[in-house]
Design a protein around this ligand. Structure first.
Ligand SMILES: Nc1ncnc2c1ncn2[C@@H]1O[C@H](COP(=O)(O)OP(=O)(O)OP(=O)(O)O)[C@@H](O)[C@H]1O
Ligand SMILES: [Mg+2]
Length: 136
């Protein structure tokens, strides 16, 4: 690898709102978006998954609930980060995830705002929301 220690470098952070608008263009359908989120529930050991929706045009709401292990606050914040896990990282054989992106890309493909509520054993319930209009 090149030694960059004596070469000028600068920060080129991804621009959050542009990156997220780009995620919205990844070719998900409602079905594949829901499937990607259900993958996460299965990986989390869920025995039951409940899908509820209220089709009301642009005011449609859809929720996916599972009884898997859940996440504590720290884990949920990490889960909400695009690229939450490195694809090169080794995962257990029953983990359906790979890119650390599915939750975010699937959700943003269908809406400009999504919330994840979670409760892990021994921790208080937590929730965090991504709101693309706020980010913009
Ligand atoms: N329903 C859930 N229950 C518990 N943990 C979850 C749940 N959904 C997501 N997570 C956690 O959030 C992380 C991020 O999920 P995300 O779908 O974005 O990426 P991934 O599943 O790791 O990889 P991929 O991009 O291939 O789906 C998961 O690795 C998991 O740790
Ligand atoms: Mg996933």
């Amino acid at each position: 690898m090149i030694d960059y220690s004596n070469i000028q470098s600068t920060s080129a952070e991804p621009e959050a709102s542009s990156m997220i608008e780009t995620f919205r263009a990844i070719g998900y359908s409602v079905e594949t978006a829901i499937a990607d989120i259900i993958d996460n529930s299965i990986t989390a050991g869920a025995k039951n998954i409940w899908i509820d929706y209220d089709w009301k045009g642009s005011n449609t709401t859809l929720s996916i609930l599972d009884d898997g292990t859940g996440m504590n606050n720290e884990q949920l914040i990490q889960a909400m980060r695009p690229g939450s896990r490195n694809p090169l990282e080794e995962r257990s054989s029953n983990d359906l995830g790979r890119f650390g992106l599915g939750l975010k890309t699937a959700s943003f493909s269908q809406s400009r705002k999504f919330t994840v509520f979670s409760k892990a054993k021994g921790y208080r319930p937590v929730f965090w929301t991504w709101d693309l209009d706020y980010v913009n």
